[in-house]
Design a protein around this ligand. Sequence first.
Ligand code: TGC
Ligand code: FAD
Length: 391
Amino acid sequence: DSEADWKDMLRLESRLSEEEVMIKNAAAQFAESELMPQVLKGFRQEHFDKGLFKAMGSAGLLGSFIEGRYGCAGVSATSYGLIAREVEKVDSAYRSTLSVQSSLVMHPINLFGSQEQKERFLPRLASGELVGCFGLTEPDHGSDPSGMTTRAVDKGDHFTVSGAKNWITNSPIADLCLVWAKTDTDGKVRGFLVERGMEGLATPKIEGKFSLRASPTGMIQLDEVKVPKGNVLPGVVGMRGPFACLNSARLGIAWGAWGAAESCLDTTRRYTLDRQQFGRPLAANQLVQQKMANALTEITIGLNSVLQATRMKEAGELHSNVISMMKRNSCSKALDIARICRDMLGGNGIVDEYHVIRHVCNLEAVNTYEGTADIHSLVLGRALTGIPAFK
Ligand code: TGC
Ligand code: FAD
């Protein structure tokens, strides 16, 4: 019984650099020592310790791929994916924290921000001193963010921003909200850095979530919030801005979701080897072996395809259609795997101490956010046929 015989059958690790292997191992150790001990409390009590940001910052996990400045390590896109995978082995909520801070807040400031904005925000976002959130989705515009109605009115030296964003990861605890809104002058989308304490800003928490309970989710309500022009991202106009962030986050999620699936399969393998029914281990049954073989096959092929996509990104050759393929494939298959693993644990499968039901619940949201599985099907459908079927 050597894990090496079944865990990495396509030898993904042999295609990683020494540095990438080191980063993966360090992230695994961080996840095990810092995240695992608090996940049950986090999920049961919807508890999120803001100190986690500082711990992630100290471990170099926030904005890790940003080129070695502003306190960021400048690691490869693959390393970022490997970190997401290790963190999501514990809980998708913690990977969400990482994705939003890194890809959806720091990345756009680095890509589209002024020098002054980068210096003002990036080092403190990298250390975890500041918590960021990303406001694109609105109550009436989820899959269709281009229809947003949040408006910014030009008042000379500042804008007043009004509207509402919904389903925003970390908004209740955020110090900085990157809000995408249309300016009144040209109707084009721009990014506004709205800071905690600005008058007219509220971020109520959404109660009653059965998924990602270890990550606070809320609204961003804006009632004529005065945003100085120095807080508008100067480098981008139009939906290209938010989509550039999503392209980065979606690839990280494509890695991360496999981490959750791997964790479910690991637990299930151990459980079915231990648990005896009809006088022999559950794992001795062909049905059980087939279910685990299916899961292993999807995980192995899935991870290797995500690595290939990420290598294409590193070479500057990755089209966003491929990101849609990866995000959809990883999330929907990880969810299927988590559900079937849950089943193989019998009654214990629904108990949080066995961790699998938590992954099932989390992956439901992971399959929905950052573009639902349906939306990514339609992106691929458009690539295949040339016909956009969205509307
Ligand atoms: P449309 O709105 O017509 O296009 C506008 C412009 O955007 C361009 N574009 C992209 N550019 C780069 N990468 C992409 N992936 C892009 N997708 C679109 C497009 O080319 C166009 O450019 P231009 O210059 O011609 O104006 O959009 P579309 O028809 O191309 O796409 C429609 C659709 C449905 C694919 C898009 O609206 C979409 O992706 N919807 C899903 C919405 C979504 O993903 N929301 C995510 C919210 S954030 C979140 O969920 C965070 S959870 C984080 C966590 O906790 O981990
Ligand atoms: P809808 O768009 O209303 O979709 C409902 C259903 O209809 C889905 O099954 C969908 O696939 C389907 N559908 C929609 N349009 C079509 C179509 N044309 N053809 C076929 N089927 C269609 N957003 C942010 O901006 N920032 C965040 O930090 C953030 N964090 C989130 C955290 C959580 C826990 C969740 C659940 C969501 C988060 N989101 C965030 C929002 C997320 O991106 C949206 O929920 C997602 O894009 C879907 O939008 P919706 O919920 O409005 O669903």
